[in-house]
Design a protein. Structure first.
Length: 701
């Protein structure tokens, strides 16, 4: 370790072009100078001569070994270039990197490369370059001086290689690729590692418990993979950012001081996690919204004895021996035949039940979702009435039944969602008005099974000219979208005069209410960390729409950002703008010259929203200032002239610069949402590193 530190220091104070022998000359002169000043001017004694001789030999051995070490580190200045060329040959199948053996001496100015003063590659950032090959072993893993490696947002496949050769690596970002296989436990041997992001891949297997040995780790994201098994007891004191959601993890979540700092959302969308941290009692059979909703255990009414035996239910006697024998015979049939018979019986019963319900509805004049339509119509009337209290709003569906002529239509569920609720549940659900906007009116519906849904009734005036076929095609597109920062569309209802959308319910209201308050809730001045968290959530949702789906939101504003159970920001009313006749998009968040919603207009709206987050001022209250003046205006609106902490001012200024970059008038100059995410994450990483007493802009040894 001493040799490497000494080598790094010496390489800084000495020109790169100097040879190892030349580098050692000053040391030799220093040694000779020390010898010339020795106090032994007379003929030395045997002891003094031996001491000096021993010292000289040690010094010679030291500087010889140092010279060999220094020469070894510089023996081939093209080693890193060759590693990069080897990586390009297997990872860059589309030839997007301009690396070439012809300009191997210019490796330090290659795309994404930053070098130390000694010519060794210290940082490699190859993001969003459509790299579609593999990350092979013995390519980049030979770059021993590499401190920072980011290959995020590409299409790399195959397993993650053994990374033990990257002994000085501090940051590793491989997220948003298609890596498969397990997480290599060898990552734990990179003791300097601080930031590790393997999210949004196809990794399988368990989370290596060896990752708990990375004592300096402060950033760990493993979300959106196919990992299984249990969560290791992470307890690194520096760990500030953590996410293992959207996997197949099971078991009890360890309660450690570190893991206890993170909310349930960071463990959500898994198999069967339980414990205090995720707020699910262990022993309960699965999560309602988990990935593995079906129980693997045998139902209590099926016997566990010998083949062909049926274990009787407790408290039930079998007095009729003939029936009992027939039942035993039935259970003894081959499993496949039993399943077929059961399915046939269920189908027949379902058809008969359905026919009875249809006849009953015809006699009563009731059609599917009629009560939803009625409560929507009535709630809209209540909205216009002054003095209507909450209880009246809750009873609105009963007060105004039958006020509209009956309508027929279809309630369409997306794959898997029909298990959560039925048409009858929606028909019986009491309604509460949540809000009204340019797109339509939203209601809270409480189903019989205690599940809460959000039902949006679209305004018919903005859908003029849109056929039912066009509406259904667009809904099929929107219904397939799934992302942690999108409010999931679960179902839709379409009729000649009615369009209803059924969404997941978000319990903490809208971002607009959080910022500006309401009659029952005071406005809040958000801490800069909350602003950053919400901004990153919104950016992640937009980036998913833009890059993964080639879609646009089209109507981004504070009232269309809803807050989940852990105050995670989720986008609503996305991808509906193509159905509108132009009146449904909020003009306040649009570029003045924009006519058709685009990805760039979403970016502009994001910039306006970010300024609203930071200042609490709507777009109409935001002045048209130069960038420098706008930064001062944002600061003045946050601290009201009373001054603020230096750290907060710096972070707010950085976020303001992001907002300015997004809201430029020239679309070609505005960043993509992926670039916006990168800027926001750099602000977050800088804050984390400063909290740890580190300078985020200087790579330390």
């Amino acid at each position: 370790m001493t040799m490497f530190l000494f080598s790094d220091y010496y390489s800084i104070t000495t020109p790169i072009s100097s040879s190892p022998s030349a580098l050692c000359d000053p040391k030799t002169s220093w040694l000779q100078q020390q010898q010339s000043h020795t106090p032994f001017n007379s003929k030395p004694t045997d002891i003094s001569f031996k001491m000096r001789s021993t010292f000289i030999h040690i010094a010679i051995l030291y500087f010889t070994f140092y010279g060999i070490t220094l020469a070894a580190s510089n023996q081939n200045p093209h080693d890193d270039a060759l590693s990069l060329l080897a990586f390009k040959s297997v990872a860059d199948t589309g030839n997007n990197l301009g690396y070439s053996v012809q300009n191997i001496s210019a490796v330090c100015i290659w795309q994404g490369v930053q070098c130390q003063i000694n010519g060794k590659v210290a940082r490699l950032v190859l993001e969003n370059l459509n790299l579609a090959g593999v990350f092979a072993a013995n390519t980049l893993t030979r770059m021993e001086q590499l401190r920072y490696l980011s290959l995020k947002n590409n299409s790399l496949t195959g397993p993650i290689p053994d990374l033990t050769g990257l002994v000085n690596l501090k940051s590793l970002f491989l997220d948003h690729n298609y890596f498969t296989g397990s997480i290599p436990p060898s990552i734990s041997s990179i003791h300097r590692l601080r930031n590790l992001d393997l999210s949004d891949n196809k990794l399988t297997g368990v989370i290596p418990v060896e990752l708990c040995n990375l004592e300096r780790l402060n950033y760990l994201r493993l979300d959106s993979n196919h990992l299984n098994g249990s969560i290791p007891p992470f307890n690194q004191s520096y760990l500030q950012i953590f996410n293992v959601s959207d996997n197949f993890l099971t078991g009890h979540v360890p309660v450690t001081p570190t893991l206890a700092r993170f909310g349930p959302a960071l463990f959500s969308i898994n198999g069967r996690l339980c414990g205090v941290i995720v707020r699910i009692e262990c022993g309960i059979s699965g999560q309602f919204f988990g990935k593995n909703s079906s129980s693997s255990s045998t139902p209590p009414w099926v016997g566990r004895g010998k083949s062909g035996e049926l274990k009787p239910m407790e408290g039930v006697t079998n007095s009729n021996s003939t029936k009992h024998k027939r039942l035993i015979l039935l259970v003894g049939l081959p499993g496949g035949l039993l399943i077929v018979i059961t399915l046939v019986v269920c189908i027949i019963l379902s058809i008969k039940t359905l026919e009875k319900k249809k006849k009953k509805r015809r006699r009563k004049g009731i059609v599917p979702t009629r009560e939803i339509i009625e409560m929507a119509e009535a709630a809209e009337v209540m909205k216009r009435e002054e003095g209507g209290d909450l209880e009246k709003k809750k009873k609105v569906s009963k007060l105004h039944q039958g006020m509209r002529t009956e309508k027929s239509g279809n309630l369409v569920f997306f794959t898997g969602e029909s298990q959560l609720f039925t048409v009858d549940h929606l028909m019986r659900a009491p309604a509460e008005l949540l809000g009204s906007g340019t797109v339509g009116t939203t209601y809270k519906a409480l189903l019989d099974n205690r599940v809460i849904m959000s039902v949006k009734r679209l305004d018919a005036s903005i859908l003029e000219g849109t056929t039912n076929e066009a509406f259904e095609r667009q809904m099929e597109v929107v219904g397939r979208l799934r992302h942690p920062n999108l409010v999931a569309l679960l179902a839709y209802f379409v009729a000649e005069e009615e369009k209803l959308l059924v969404y997941d319910y978000q319990p903490n209201g809208s971002l607009f209410t959080l910022i500006h308050g309401s009659k029952s809730m005071l406005a809040k001045s958000l801490h800069w960390t909350s602003c950053l968290k919400i901004a990153e959530d919104v950016a992640q949702g937009l980036c998913y729409l833009h890059q993964a789906c080639s879609l646009v939101h089209g109507n981004l504003k504070a009232s269309n950002v809803l807050l989940g159970s852990d105050f995670e920001a989720c986008l609503s009313d996305y991808c509906l703008s193509t159905l509108f006749n132009g009146d449904g998009v909020s003009a306040a968040y649009k570029k003045p010259e924009s006519h058709q919603p685009t990805a760039k207009s979403d970016v502009y709206s994001f910039g306006v929203l970010l300024l609203e987050l930071l200042t609490g001022k709507t777009e109409s209250e935001q002045p048209d200032l130069t960038p420098d003046e706008l930064v001062k205006w944002v600061k003045s609106n946050r601290d009201n002239g009373g001054g603020g902490m230096e750290m907060e001012e710096k972070r707010v200024e950085m976020m303001t610069e992001v907002a300015i970059a997004c809201s430029v008038r020239t679309p070609e100059l505005s960043p993509t949402m992926w670039q916006v995410i990168k800027m926001l994450q750099e602000i977050k990483e800088a804050a984390v590193m400063e909290d740890c007493g580190l300078n985020p802009w200087i790579e330390t040894s």
